[in-house]
Design a protein around this ligand. Structure first.
Ligand SMILES: CCC(=O)SCCNC(=O)CCNC(=O)[C@H](O)C(C)(C)COP(=O)(O)OP(=O)(O)OC[C@H]1O[C@@H](n2cnc3c(N)ncnc32)[C@H](O)[C@@H]1OP(=O)(O)O
Length: 342
């Protein structure tokens, strides 16, 4: 049956299909959603909508920008990755071409309202010889929805250089996209009608990123798994080489997608009735292209007290560690067997 969660979202329950209940990719994810009315269809030959629309802020005044929405999650609160990505665009506009984003630290303090645009107000906190720091407030209805500190650094050589090794995984060419996996499920003759409807809804999502899970297919979870997941990810459409600041902003968007769901993987017997990211931090280590496949390695070292911590690494496919991320989210759950409030 389709199950209405307490935050008004729908999850799939395939109990009448003979399979264990629960959407798995992303697990109980708040990200499954609908395209905003401005959505366009994607073609990989076309410029990424992330560049033409989502991250293309309108300048209103000095250090003041307006951003609109492309895709809104089913929770009907703005996607955190969009707000962080737009905040970083706004911050980056006030630093020189020689300064590159190296880190950001954000708090999501209020839910974003998909019905109105977001204003981004940049404060030039400090310009040093090597580092520039910016504070960005994302504002709706006169109140902050996100506060973000972003720091930019000039390229500096150093003999100190190390990184972890990228996990060995199948190449993206050998894996199926989420959409292809859904089509595989839909071809199962014994799939319950409600599950079919739910999967079709997932297919209708026009998230501007492409995903190939390394451990598919997981649309219906049978057992608890370690709080770890790996997937190849890239922006849909062309972005091109050269604008590293822009790729960092796209990475900010991408990095929030399905991230918090990692903390729910060990708990197939619980459903999220409310989940939202509370904060998000990123560190950018090297150059990369977000319109090329990158491996997103996500793990959750801890959950407790209705919160979960997730950590992620975005790898270039040549093994270079490009980005590290961390996030804590609120995770309020109910037992899967508990009837919904409907
Ligand atoms: C990928 C994931 C994403 O992108 S999520 C999107 C980005 N993140 C966000 O939008 C989060 C933005 N931040 C927020 O909305 C707030 O800071 C949050 C996290 C809600 C703060 O929580 P809190 O201080 O509890 O807010 P609130 O008092 O307004 O309550 C919100 C709803 O939660 C409920 N609540 C509150 N406390 C409890 C509790 N102890 N146990 C159970 N429920 C609780 C409140 O009743 C309220 O519910 P409702 O909205 O009235 O139905």
């Amino acid at each position: 049956m389709a199950d209405q969660t307490d935050d008004g979202t729908k999850t799939l329950d395939s109990s009448d299909s003979g399979e264990s209940p629960g959407v798995v990719f992303p697990p109980e994810s708040p990200e499954e959603g609908i395209p905003h009315s401005s959505a366009t269809h994607f073609n990989n030959d076309l410029k990424s909508v992330l560049v033409t629309s989502v991250l293309n802020l309108e300048a209103l005044d000095v250090d003041l920008y307006r951003g609109t929405h492309h895709w809104v999650p089913r929770t009907q609160r703005l996607f955190g990755g969009q707000i962080v990505g737009q905040a970083l665009v706004a911050a980056a506009k006030s630093v020189s071409d020689h300064h590159y984003a190296h880190s950001l630290h954000c708090y999501f303090v209020r839910a974003g309202d998909p019905k109105v645009p977001v204003l981004y107000q940049v404060e030039r906190t400090r310009d040093g010889r090597s580092f520039c720091v910016r504070s960005v407030k994302a504002i709706q209805h006169g109140q902050p929805i996100l506060i973000c500190q972003a720091s930019f650094h000039m390229l500096q050589e150093s003999p100190l250089q190390h990184q972890f090794t990228m996990p060995v995984v199948p190449q993206p060419e050998d894996l199926l996209t989420v959409e292809e996996l859904i089509h595989q499920y839909l071809s199962k003759p014994d799939l319950a009608e409600t599950a079919r409807q739910g999967l079709n809804k997932l297919l209708a999502n026009e998230v501007p990123i492409e995903i190939k899970p390394v451990n598919p297919p997981h649309f219906y979870r049978h057992t608890a798994t370690q709080p770890k997941q790996l997937f190849w990810v890239r922006a849909r459409g062309h972005i091109g080489e050269g604008n590293m600041k822009l790729h960092c902003c796209v990475a900010a968007y991408v990095s929030d997608y399905a991230f918090l769901g990692t903390a729910l993987l060990p708990y197939p017997n619980y459903r999220a009735k409310f989940s939202a990211s509370l904060d998000h931090a990123m560190w950018f280590h090297s150059t990369f292209r977000t319109d090329e496949w990158m491996l997103y390695e996500c793990e959750s070292p801890w959950a407790g007290g209705s919160r979960g911590l997730v950590q992620g690494r975005l790898w270039r496919r040549d093994g270079v560690l490009a980005v590290s991320c961390s996030q804590e989210g609120v995770l309020r759950v109910r037992p899967a067997t508990q009837p919904s409030k409907l």
